[in-house]
Design a protein around this ligand. Structure first.
Ligand SMILES: C[S@@+](CC[C@H](N)C(=O)[O-])C[C@H]1O[C@@H](n2cnc3c(N)ncnc32)[C@H](O)[C@@H]1O
Length: 225
């Protein structure tokens, strides 16, 4: 089923772009992209055969198997250079999403837009985008089953360097402060607090790391006001 998280991903894809959903699993996002985006081409790709079979089934039941190609492959290896304008990667760790983009520069270099929904590793992913000349054009939050998710739209361009809070919370989210923003900040603080509690049980070698985490909590607390 297409939930608010995947709906938010689909809404960020430019109309009429050809698009690939990498790590499609069930294929719900690929179907939505075809339905709402008037996409010239939709490719649903996954590393594993089980998800590819599931996607083929859902796409066929929806009557789109002539319009949406399902391909098995590792990340962007499922695509040829220039084949799509936009790539969506949702539901994976931020580091894995960055690694997928980095692994096939010949494909990534031809893309115009990225729509990413990382589960974690936000700082790493935003740092990677900045380092690789991707500008974060827009960001959204979506809540599903009590969990708040971040969705990032990036286009080609030079960005201003991101500070620590922007890397974690999102530069556009900080500016726009959408409805779920305070909850988003509090969730990040709660995660850091768990790390802090773990470190407090550790030995003296964790002191520096503990100070770093405490400073970060303090920094984020400034965004709950
Ligand atoms: C947690 S599911 C997310 C599914 C869907 N994108 C969503 O957000 O609901 C992650 C999917 O990514 C696939 N995956 C993991 N690593 C991948 C890679 N390197 N290339 C393509 N797909 C990958 C997995 O097989 C799995 O189907």
């Amino acid at each position: 089923m297409l939930d608010d998280r995947l709906k938010a991903v689909a809404e960020f894809v430019p109309i009429s772009d050809s698009v690939a959903d990498i790590g499609t699993d069930h294929g719900y996002l690929a179907i939505e992209l075809f339905k709402i985006n008037n996409a010239r081409r939709v490719i649903a790709a996954d590393l594993n055969s089980g998800p590819c079979q599931a996607a083929r089934r859902t796409i066929s039941e929806a009557g789109f198997n002539e319009s949406i190609a399902v391909r098995q492959g590792d990340g962007l290896a499922a695509l040829t250079a220039g084949e799509v304008d936009t790539v969506c990667i949702a539901g994976m760790g931020g580091k894995l999403e960055a690694d997928i983009l980095e692994a096939r520069p010949e494909v990534t270099d031809q893309l115009k837009c990225l729509v990413l929904q990382p589960q974690n590793g936000f700082e790493y992913l935003r740092g990677w985008l900045y380092d690789n000349n991707w500008l974060i054009e827009d960001e959204k939050l979506a809540k599903v089953d009590g969990r708040v998710y971040q969705i990032i739209k990036a286009v080609r361009g030079m960005a201003e360097p991101l500070n620590e809070a922007e890397l974690i919370l999102g530069p556009v989210l900080i500016k726009k402060r959408p409805e779920l923003f305070t909850e988003h900040v509090q969730n990040n603080i709660a995660q850091l607090d768990k790390i802090r509690q773990g470190l407090q049980k550790g030995g003296s070698h964790t002191k520096e790391k503990l100070a770093e985490i405490e400073a970060r909590i303090k920094l984020l607390e400034g965004y709950t006001l």
